[in-house]
Design a protein around this ligand. Structure first.
Ligand SMILES: Cc1cc2nc3c(=O)[nH]c(=O)nc-3n(C[C@H](O)[C@H](O)[C@H](O)COP(=O)(O)O)c2cc1C
Length: 384
């Protein structure tokens, strides 16, 4: 059986894999400076992440491509379909985990059960599922629906969906489910997942319904928040949802962060300020229209601002924790985060990503190791 981390003092490090020339900080300079996405670049990045010592890669995904300027300039584009990309990355790596985003709303449980079982069996138990319910009517219309299902109902559907998928993965006898949303009879063909009792389940729901879903069904929850205090506040909401759900197992909190590590004092902050100066306003408005138009919990982060100010704030990563500085400074920020919140894993996004930029994180890992918070994945046999 594949082992999981049982040391609560150890910090998991997940690399937010490129799903576009930029994923955050929608800066034209960053889009131009990053290597154009291709098979060899994807494989180089996955290998660099593994060699540097990251535990896992997280691949975001969404369906609708209505943002023409964003697409032209490379902001959150091109987005390769996560589960397909993951198969290529598994073939080129040995031990790094790969978490793929897949939607409950637009699929049926048996699709995801088979994709997940194949990904986990093929990789020897290195696969995780970021469960999302989707956002925006354009995405729903792409699948023939009139509108996207109402927010909280999407999570009720997702709960039933995930439980069916888990049964399809684990039960040998045919199942017979006549649920409120899904009807499933039978069993899936082998392979079944390697990870027991099930592959890693992640969610990034920030709303009350999203947190309840995570508390009931997931192993990790990704949270936003641009200060340690905000992460603490969110952790308290997560703890309350866990308590409410009557759950005894911990729900690992994973703050989403932007990272720039530089040798000289102040250099990382200067780099970020420069990137923000080339923020692509039009692409930012397009992307934010989808996110701020549809996600209440993100909109709430900038509730006191008008739409265009909120779009600029979101597009420049102001809702997210920034890990900027020298390797010592970034390591200290991570140590503070670990000791002052219930964080057990961090999701790290590098706006100026390339293999060398990832390697700039290695000295941070050395500091974390000295602090007793991290061990290289090559010395252990788990990804999470
Ligand atoms: C770091 C992070 C990554 C996310 N990745 C995706 C994604 O790839 N696809 C997607 O449809 N939603 C994604 N989301 C959105 C969440 O699934 C969720 O809809 C959002 O955080 C709002 O929570 P709520 O739905 O509970 O209101 C992501 C959110 C965060 C914070």
């Amino acid at each position: 059986m594949k082992r999981q981390n049982e040391n609560p003092d150890e910090l998991g490090l997940t690399y937010f894999f490129p799903t576009g020339q930029t994923d955050h900080v929608w800066s034209d300079e960053a889009a131009r400076a990053t290597p154009p996405l291709s098979k060899s670049v994807f494989l180089d990045m996955a290998r660099a992440a593994e060699q540097t010592g990251f535990d896992a890669l997280f691949i975001a995904d969404s369906w609708s491509g209505h943002q023409r300027e964003a697409e032209r300039a490379g902001h959150q584009s091109p987005k390769y379909h996560a589960p397909l990309l993951a198969m290529g990355l598994f073939a080129a790596t040995e031990h790094i985990g790969v978490i793929t985003t897949m939607h409950t709303t637009h699929h049926k449980p048996a699709h995801i059960a088979r994709m997940g079982a194949t990904l986990d069996a093929f990789s020897g138990g290195r696969w995780g599922w970021n469960v999302v319910t989707g956002f925006g009517d354009p995405e729903a219309k792409l699948f023939g629906a009139e509108n996207l299902v109402e927010h909280d109902e999407r999570y009720a559907m997702a709960g039933e969906f995930v439980e069916i998928v888990r049964r399809l993965w684990s039960e040998d006898d045919p199942i017979d489910v006549h649920g409120n949303f899904y009807r499933v009879e039978g069993r899936i063909k082998a392979p079944r997942p390697v990870q027991q009792p099930h592959p890693l389940l992640v969610s990034a729901g920030g709303s009350p319904a999203g947190m309840k879903f995570a508390a009931q069904h997931c192993d990790q929850i990704v949270v936003a928040g641009n200060t340690i205090e905000k992460v603490q506040e969110t952790s308290r909401r997560v703890d309350a949802a866990v308590h409410e759900a009557g759950r005894t197992a911990p729900l690992g909190t994973t703050p989403f962060t932007i990272v720039i590590v530089r040798d000289g004092e102040g250099e990382a902050e200067e780099t970020y300020e420069r990137l923000v100066r080339s923020l692509n306003e039009e692409a930012t408005m397009e992307l934010a229209a989808d996110i701020l138009g549809g996600i209440d919990s993100v909109r709430a982060l900038f509730a006191d601002q008008g739409h265009s100010a909120a779009a600029r704030a979101w597009g420049s990563g102001q809702g997210i924790l920034k890990l900027f500085g020298t390797s010592e400074q970034v390591a200290q920020q991570l140590i503070d985060l670990k000791t002052q919140t219930s964080t057990n894993n961090v999701l790290l996004n590098f706006p100026l990503w390339n293999p060398t930029e990832l390697q700039s994180f290695a000295p941070v890992m050395d500091h974390l190791r000295d602090a007793g918070m991290w061990r290289p994945p090559s010395e252990r046999d788990y990804s999470w």
